[in-house]
Design a protein around this ligand. Structure first.
Ligand SMILES: Cc1cc2nc3c(=O)[nH]c(=O)nc-3n(C[C@H](O)[C@H](O)[C@H](O)COP(=O)(O)O)c2cc1C
Length: 354
C-alpha cells in the first residue's frame, strides 16, 4: 500500500496535476446549433477547474462524427474559437483540460447534425435503438453507410485534423473515445464490424482502426504524451456486443502499451474484474472510472490498481469535488433530470462548498 491517495499531486504526460481526480467526459447537450460550445460551457468548466484534469464532453472531430442534439464539434474556425475561450478560462484558474473526440459512427440522427452526409460505420448495420431529436422527439437511428476501405483514411485524417484544432484551441491534450459503442468501438466489436477487409475479422484487424487513429493523433500532437484513450470493455450500451471481449481488449491494451500515451482510461463494465485484467498489461498511467466513491477511489490508488480516478456524475452536482473530499463535506446528489436539458439549471447552478 502506498501513501499516495486521491489528493496527492500527480503527473499526466508533461502535466503536473494538483490531485488525482479526473472529471469524466460528459455530454451535457448545451451547445449551440452547428456544434459550437456555448458561453455557459465556460462557466461550467471553470467551476470544475480544481479537478486534476478535466475531460471535455464528447466532442465530434468532424461534422460526420456528431450524433446527439446540442453537442459540440472541433472542426470549424467558429467551434475552435469558442473552445479557446473555455480553455483560456480554465487555465486562468489553474486547471488542465483534454478534449475528448467522440465520433459516434452509427449512433446518430440526421436531425441533430449540421451535415447531410450519411451516418458511417464499419458495416451497414443499423443500431437497434432510438435517439432524442429536438424537432421530432425520439426517433429510430437510421442505417449507416459502410465505410469503403479507401474512406477509412479520411476518417483517420479527421482525428488528426481535430488534434491540430484542439491544440490550437489551447487544450493540453486529446482523448480518443473508443468506448460506449461509438465508431472506434464499432470497429472493435464483432456485432457491428462484419468487414472482410483489413479492418474486420481477426482481432488484429478489428483493433487496426483504433491503432491508426491513435498513431495519427500522436503524430498530429507531436508526441504521445498529449494523447489518451478511453475504453469500456464489454459495455452493453448502444447495441454493441463482442463475441470475445477478453481477447479483444487484452490484445488492444498490449498493442497500445508501447505507444507511451498520456494515459489509458478504463471504464468499469460488465466484464468481470476489468481493472484486474487490464492493469497488469498496462505499465503506463492508468485511469479507472465508473461508480467510484472517495473511499473506493483512495483504495484503488493506494493499492496501485489505478493512478487516477475518473468521476462523472459526482462532478455534475459537486463542482469543487476535490475540496469536498479534502474537507469531508457532504456531497450533493446528482440529478439525472437535468443532465441533458438546455440552460443553466442543473449545469452551472450548483454552488461550491463553503
Ligand atoms: C450525463 C452523462 C454524460 C456522459 N457523456 C459521456 C461522454 O460524452 N463521453 C464519455 O466517454 N462518457 C460519457 N459518460 C460516461 C462518464 O464519462 C463515466 O464513464 C460514467 O458516468 C461513469 O462514471 P461515474 O459513475 O463516476 O458517473 C457520460 C455520463 C453521464 C452521467
Amino acid at each position: 500500500m502506498s501513501q499516495i491517495d486521491l489528493l496527492s499531486p500527480g503527473r499526466i504526460g508533461r502535466l503536473e496535476t494538483a490531485n488525482r481526480l479526473v472529471m469524466a467526459p460528459m455530454t451535457r447537450s448545451r451547445a449551440h446549433e452547428g456544434g459550437v460550445p456555448s458561453e455557459l460551457a465556460i462557466e461550467y468548466y471553470v467551476q470544475r477547474a480544481s479537478a486534476g484534469l478535466i475531460l471535455t464532453e464528447g466532442t465530434a472531430p468532424s461534422a460526420g462524427g456528431l450524433g446527439y442534439a446540442r453537442t459540440p464539434a472541433i472542426e470549424t474556425p467558429e467551434q475552435v474559437a469558442a473552445w479557446k475561450k473555455v480553455t483560456a478560462a480554465v487555465h486562468a484558474k489553474g486547471g488542465a483540460m483534454f478534449c475528448q473526440f467522440m465520433h459516434v459512427g452509427r449512433i446518430a440522427h440526421p436531425a441533430n447534425r449540421y451535415t447531410d452526409e450519411a451516418l458511417v460505420a464499419p458495416s451497414a448495420i443499423r443500431a437497434d435503438g432510438q435517439m432524442w431529436t429536438d424537432a421530432q422527439g425520439l426517433q429510430p437511428m437510421p442505417a449507416p453507410r459502410a465505410l469503403e476501405t479507401s474512406d477509412v483514411a479520411s476518417v483517420i485524417e479527421e482525428y488528426a485534423q481535430a488534434t491540430r484544432n484542439a491544440l490550437e484551441a489551447g487544450f493540453d491534450g486529446v482523448e480518443l473515445h473508443s468506448a460506449s459503442g461509438y465508431l472506434p468501438m464499432q470497429f472493435l466489436s464483432s456485432n457491428s464490424n462484419q468487414r472482410t477487409d483489413g479492418y474486420g475479422g481477426s482481432v488484429t484487424n478489428r483493433i487496426r482502426f483504433v491503432m491508426e487513429a491513435l498513431d495519427a493523433m500522436v503524430e498530429a500532437a507531436g508526441g504521445a504524451d498529449k494523447v489518451g484513450m478511453k475504453i469500456s470493455p464489454a459495455m452493453p450500451f448502444n447495441d454493441i456486443h463482442d463475441a470475445d471481449p477478453v481477447e479483444t481488449y487484452t490484445t488492444l491494451v498490449r498493442a497500445v502499451a508501447p505507444l507511451g500515451l498520456a494515459y489509458l482510461h478504463v471504464l468499469r463494465t460488465a466484464l468481470p474484474n476489468t481493472f484486474d485484467l487490464l492493469r497488469p498489461l498496462y505499465p503506463g498511467t492508468f485511469f479507472a472510472g465508473g461508480g467510484f466513491t472517495q473511499a473506493s477511489g483512495d483504495q484503488a490508488i493506494r493499492s496501485g490498481l489505478a493512478d487516477f480516478i475518473v468521476y462523472g456524475k459526482l462532478f455534475t452536482s459537486n463542482p469543487d469535488l476535490p475540496r469536498r473530499f479534502a474537507k469531508g463535506a457532504e456531497l450533493v446528489v446528482p440529478n439525472p433530470a437535468t443532465f441533458y436539458t438546455p440552460g443553466p439549471e442543473g449545469y452551472t447552478s450548483y454552488a461550491t462548498a463553503a
